[in-house]
Design a protein around this ligand. Structure first.
Ligand SMILES: [Zn+2]
Length: 285
């Protein structure tokens, strides 16, 4: 049985001390590949170099690079961002596009003084939409998978997806938190849907409902590491906390995510893993 992580962030500082061993650690829990999502121009070279480093077990594991401007970073892109993104995709036929998307919460839901917006120029929705649509069309041009983040903007997301060229191979709605009614319309446009351990949180009933409604051939599993660590008793690799108090999630917890999600979906682990392997290969390999 093999596991695949559809979305995480190897380049984030809190994972840095663990990088030398991380591919080997992942192989030990039967993880075979993971998609490393860069969220802004500064991160792209780091993502590229992390994904090209050989490890003792690298023949058994692949870090797959993905480059994008996240909606939170859209207001801080440089004048040269489009040229750089196009060059990154042209340079590596394995590379995909993401993390890109739309986020209304960062525009009108975030508390002023939240450390996550310190130093950011938050792009208004019109600007986010323009940046997102351009990247989606670029993914379509290269036929690379687009990994999409969406918070409180599922109507506009559907509209952009309907009116913009989309990658023929499909796209990922990462950590899908939209309404269950939109699962089928998104799937009709080519969407895959990934879920992580957040789906276990008691308040996330809508997320569990949508998770159960996703067609089996469009389902993927992610850690979003270093976010969304499992509770301490199931954490396979406790790493302590970030300065902001959040528990750091090691990507080996992908195995814990598969277990939890199989249970939430009411199916055994083996058939879930076999299906997700097929889906992951179609979208990302
Ligand atoms: Zn992410």
């Amino acid at each position: 049985m093999n596991f695949y992580d559809a979305h995480f962030h190897l380049q984030f500082d809190s994972l840095a001390p663990h990088l030398p061993a991380i591919a080997d650690d992942l192989v030990r829990v039967n993880c075979r590949a993971g998609v490393v999502n860069g969220t802004n121009e500064d991160e792209w070279p780091t993502v590229a170099s992390l994904c090209s480093q050989p490890s003792a077990l690298s023949s058994q594991f692949r870090f797959i690079p993905s480059y994008g401007v996240h909606p939170w970073d859209s207001g801080n892109r440089t004048a040269d961002w489009q040229r750089k993104l196009r060059a990154a995709l042209a340079a590596d036929p394995r590379a995909h596009v993401g993390e890109i998307g739309l986020d209304r919460w960062i525009v009108d839901g975030v508390r002023p003084g939240d450390p996550r917006i310190a130093g950011l120029r938050v792009a208004p929705m019109d600007e986010q939409r323009e940046v997102f649509a351009w990247q989606l069309a670029l993914a379509a041009e290269f036929n690379r998978a687009a990994s999409i983040h969406c918070t409180q903007a599922f109507g506009p997301l559907l509209e952009v997806l309907r009116t913009t060229p989309r990658p023929a191979r499909g796209f990922l709605l990462h950590h899908y938190g939209g309404p269950v009614e939109l699962v089928q319309p998104f799937a009709d446009l080519g969407a895959y849907f990934s879920y992580n351990l957040a789906a276990e949180q008691p308040k996330r009933t809508a997320e569990r409902a949508s998770f159960r409604a996703v067609p089996a051939d469009r389902l993927l599993v992610e850690t979003d590491a270093p976010a969304y660590a499992p509770p301490p008793e199931r954490n396979r690799f406790p790493l302590g906390t970030d300065p902001d108090g959040s528990v750091i999630n090691h990507p080996v917890n992908i195995a814990v995510a598969y277990d939890a999600l199989a249970e939430l979906r009411g199916i055994a682990l083996e058939p879930l893993a076999a299906q997700v392997e097929q889906n992951f290969r179609k979208l990302f390999l």
